[in-house]
Design a protein around this ligand. Structure first.
Ligand code: SAM
Length: 305
């Protein structure tokens, strides 16, 4: 029988045994609530037929549960001080591979190939909040066949991922996530479920990858540029937002005629457009430039407005 690290007493005893000190810069808030842990595993739908990629196993609390449920678990942890702890807490599981690395630098495709052996992949994590967006976008854009991502994120970020036009939380993150997946908020989680307590509320969100994107667009990179540019300058009209964006070089006439062709008012704001409207705008602008690339795509999404 394994020591259940979801029990706060056991977590504290491991931390004391190794003299571990929490590093704020790595977003270390460990889960100490067995109900929340069970809910995450259940929502992810992990079975023995899956490879699970866990980001930031910490002391291995969720990893133990994942190892019981999954075919194999690949756990990527940046903090080398946690590795000896993980070797103890996960030592009895033969289906866990611990990788001491930065999730933003590892080759996820290689992990999938070498450890997955063709198994479908699920991502499960209590994410380090300071890099939520680049992690999630990096996973979607990696080309790895992930069927869902079930993660703990800041509550406000979970809300932004889920909403549509008309809400103050609607933004580039909502559109980027919804292009790739169907979001579903599984549970809200208060600060007292973690040690140390974060100073924000949290939520578990499941992102189920679409088999086919919900909209068809000729140039996905151009569409994402338009989305980012529109939300970068929220108080501006769509026309001015796109015209002033550094990464775009469309003329005012090209933009305003595309807006007109869509049947939108000249003073329309970007935050009122749906994903399919952004796709249409992208196709119209792409057509106007006759194949000439009028945007710079920032491959690494560090920040999404
Ligand atoms: N899974 C554990 C739990 O639920 O108790 C810990 C979650 S804690 C919120 C985030 C974890 O991610 C920490 O263990 C932290 O060291 C790790 N981490 C932070 N940045 C990382 C990165 N760039 N790559 C991999 N792991 C990272």
């Amino acid at each position: 029988m394994h020591t259940d690290l979801g029990n706060p007493k056991n977590t504290i005893s491991i931390i004391q045994k190794y003299g571990f000190s929490f590093q704020k810069k790595y977003g270390q808030n460990f889960l100490i609530d067995t109900h929340v842990l069970d809910k995450i595993i259940a929502a992810s739908g992990v079975t023995k037929e899956h490879l699970v990629l866990e980001i930031g196993p910490g002391i291995g609390t969720m990893t133990q549960r994942l190892a019981e449920a999954a075919g194999h678990v690949a756990a990527v942890e940046i903090d080398s001080n946690l590795i000896p702890i993980l070797e103890e807490t996960l030592g009895d599981y033969e289906n866990v591979t611990i990788i001491n690395d930065d999730i933003l630098k590892v080759d996820i495709g290689k992990i999938a190939r070498e450890l997955g052996g063709g198994l479908p992949i699920k991502v499960v994590a209590n994410l380090p909040y300071y890099i939520t967006t680049p992690i999630i976008m990096g996973l979607f854009e990696s080309g790895v066949p992930i069927d869902n991502i079930t993660v703990m994120v800041q509550k406000e970020v979970a809300d932004r991922m889920q909403v549509g036009p008309g809400s103050k939380d609607y933004g580039a993150l909502s559109l980027a996530v919804q292009y790739y997946a169907e979001p579903y908020i599984v549970a809200n989680v208060p600060p007292n479920c973690f040690i140390p307590r974060p100073n924000v509320g949290s939520a578990v969100i499941r992102l189920t990858r679409h088999k086919e994107p919900p909209v068809k667009v000729k140039d996905r990179e151009l569409m994402f540029c338009l989305i980012r540019a529109s939300f970068n300058q929220r108080r501006k009209t769509l026309l001015n937002g796109l015209y002033n964006a550094q990464e775009l070089s469309f003329s005012k006439e090209e933009i305003s005629s595309a807006i007109e062709e869509m049947g939108l008012l000249p003073a329309v704001r970007g935050e009122t457009l749906s994903l399919s409207e952004f796709a249409r705008l992208s196709d119209l602008l792409g057509k106007k430039t006759g194949g000439k690339k009028k945007y710079k795509f920032l491959k690494k999404i560090e920040k999404i407005p």
